[in-house]
Design a protein around this ligand. Structure first.
Ligand SMILES: Cc1ncc(COP(=O)(O)O)c(C=O)c1O
Length: 400
C-alpha cells in the first residue's frame, strides 16, 4: 500500500522540526556503523542518565536541510523500487553535479559516500609496482586499504603547522607512485593549502611522473574560510590524472545517506566508474542530493553557522591554554597537553564524546568536531573542568 508523505509523518509520530531524539539517534547509528566496518574503535560508554554530545565524527549536527528531508520522505513510497526504476536516477544526479560545474555527466562518478571513490582509486591506480603516497595523519581509508593488501605505502608526516608537507609528498610521488592522496582541508588536522600550492604540486608531479594519479579529497570544502583556498575541481577538469572527491556527508548533513562523487576528466573518471558497485546509491540519497543542490542557501547557512561556532570553540580552547591548529573544517585538532585517551575518557564521563586517537599525535592532541552552539557551550564547560589539571604541552612532536 503506498504511504503518503503525511501518512509517513503520522507513522513516525513526528512533524517538522524533527525531534532531538531522532537527530541524536542518527548520529549514534552513524558512529556505530563506522566502528563496525573499521573494526578498531574503542568508544567510552555513556554513563546512565547523562545526555550525549557527540562531537567525534565530523558530522553536521543539524543533519540535512528541510528540502532534502522532504525529498527523502517523498521517496518512501518508492522504497521497493531499484534506483534505475525510480526518479531521479543516478544519471540525473551526475547530470545535476555536472551542470553545477558546467561539464558533462561523464566527468562525474557517483559513490556510496566518497569512501567508495577513495577505495576504487586505490583499486584502479595502486599496484605492487606503483605505490601509494599519503600524509600522516590524514583520512585513513586509503592507508588502511594499502596496509590490508600490503601495497607499497609512503606516509609523509604533516609539517610543524599540521599542514600536509607538500615537498616530501612530491618527492615520494615522482618516484613513480600510482596514487597520491591529498586531503584539503586535511582530516584530522583541519588545515588547508591554498590554490597556488595545490596547482604547483600537481604541475611538478605531472611533469616528472605523468602516470601518477592525484586524488584531491575536498570533503570539507564548504567549511573553508581561508581566502587562499580554492577548489581543485577546475584543475581536475582540465588536467589528466587528477580527480577531486567530494561528499554530501559533511556540510550537506547527509552522512547516513552515503553519497559522494569523483569529478575530473572523462578518461580519469572512467577508470573509477568501471569499478563502481551497481545501484550503489539509494533512491533516498539520490532524491536528497538533487534537492540539496537546488538549495544553495542551506550550505551558506551551514557555513556561517559552523564558522561562528568554530570561532567560539577555538577561542574557548585558547583561553583554557589548549593549542588548536588552524581549523578550516567542522572540527578542530587541538593540543590538550595529555593523551587523547585521558582527555576523551574524562569528557565522556560528562557525556561529551570527542575524537579517537590520531597517531603520531595521540599523546598530545585530540580532534573535536563542531556541534551546535548550545552543544559547544556545554562541551567547552566540560573541557574547562577536564583541563584544569595543567600538564606541560609537548608541542606537535615533529621528529618524534
Ligand atoms: C577527508 C574525508 N574524506 C572522506 C570521508 C568519507 O566521507 P563519506 O564516505 O561519508 O562521503 C571523510 C569522512 O569523515 C573524510 O573526513
Amino acid at each position: 500500500m503506498p504511504v503518503s508523505r503525511r501518512g509517513f509523518l503520522r507513522l513516525i509520530g513526528d512533524e517538522p522540526p524533527l525531534s532531538g531524539a531522532f537527530l541524536s539517534a542518527r548520529g549514534l547509528e552513524a558512529h556505530l556503523a563506522e566502528g563496525q566496518t573499521q573494526g578498531q574503535r574503542t568508544r567510552p560508554l555513556l554513563p546512565p542518565g547523562v545526555d550525549e554530545i557527540r562531537i567525534s565524527s565530523n558530522e553536521n549536527p543539524l543533519g540535512p536541510g528541510r528540502v532534502a528531508l522532504d525529498a527523502i520522505l517523498g521517496k518512501f513510497p518508492e522504497a521497493g523500487r531499484y534506483p534505475f526504476n525510480s526518479t531521479p536516477s543516478e544519471n540525473d544526479l551526475a547530470s545535476a553535479i555536472a551542470a553545477k560545474y558546467g561539464v558533462k555527466p561523464e566527468n562525474v562518478v557517483i559513490g556510496a559516500g566518497s569512501q567508495e571513490i577513495l577505495k576504487n582509486a586505490m583499486r584502479a591506480f595502486v599496484t605492487p609496482a606503483r605505490g601509494f603516497v599519503t600524509a600522516l595523519p590524514t583520512f585513513e581509508n586509503c592507508t588502511g586499504f594499502a596496509k590490508k593488501y600490503t601495497l607499497p605505502l609512503t606516509e609523509v608526516k604533516v609539517d610543524s603547522a599540521f599542514r600536509l608537507d607538500v615537498e616530501p609528498m612530491i618527492d615520494a610521488a615522482v618516484k613513480g607512485a600510482g596514487l597520491v592522496f591529498f586531503n584539503n582541508p586535511n582530516n584530522p588536522t583541519a588545515t588547508v593549502h591554498g590554490a597556488k600550492t595545490v596547482t604547483d604540486m600537481v604541475e611538478r608531479i605531472r611533469r616528472a611522473s605523468p602516470d601518477t594519479v592525484i586524488l584531491i579529497d575536498e570533503a570539507y570544502h564548504d567549511y573553508v574560510t581561508d581566502p587562499s583556498y580554492q577548489t581543485a575541481v577546475p584543475l581536475a577538469l582540465s588536467t589528466p590524472n587528477v580527480i577531486v572527491a567530494r561528499t554530501f556527508s559533511k556540510a550537506y548533513g547527509m552522512a547516513g545517506m552515503r553519497i559522494g562523487y569523483g569529478i575530473g576528466m572523462a578518461d580519469s573518471v572512467k577508470k573509477l566508474a568501471i569499478l563502481k558497485m551497481p545501484y550503489n546509491v539509494s533512491v533516498f540519497g539520490l532524491a536528497a542530493a538533487i534537492a540539496s543542490l537546488n538549495d544553495p542557501q542551506h550550505i551558506e547557512d551551514e557555513r556561517r553557522r559552523n564558522t561562528e561556532v568554530r570561532a567560539f570553540t577555538v577561542k574557548a580552547l585558547q583561553e583554557m591554554g589548549a593549542k588548536p591548529a588552524d581549523s578550516q573544517g567542522n572540527f578542530i585538532f587541538v593540543d590538550v597537553g595529555r593523551p587523547a585517551k585521558d582527555f576523551r575518557d574524562a569528557c565522556a564521563k560528562s557525556g561529551v564524546m570527542v575524537g579517537r586517537d590520531f597517531p603520531p599525535f595521540e599523546k598530545t592532541h585530540c580532534r573535536i568536531s563542531i556541534g551546535t552552539m548550545e552543544e559547544m557551550q556545554k562541551a567547552t564547560a566540560v573541557f574547562r573542568t577536564v583541563l584544569r589539571v595543567t600538564t606541560t604541552s609537548t608541542g606537535n612532536g615533529k621528529g618524534r
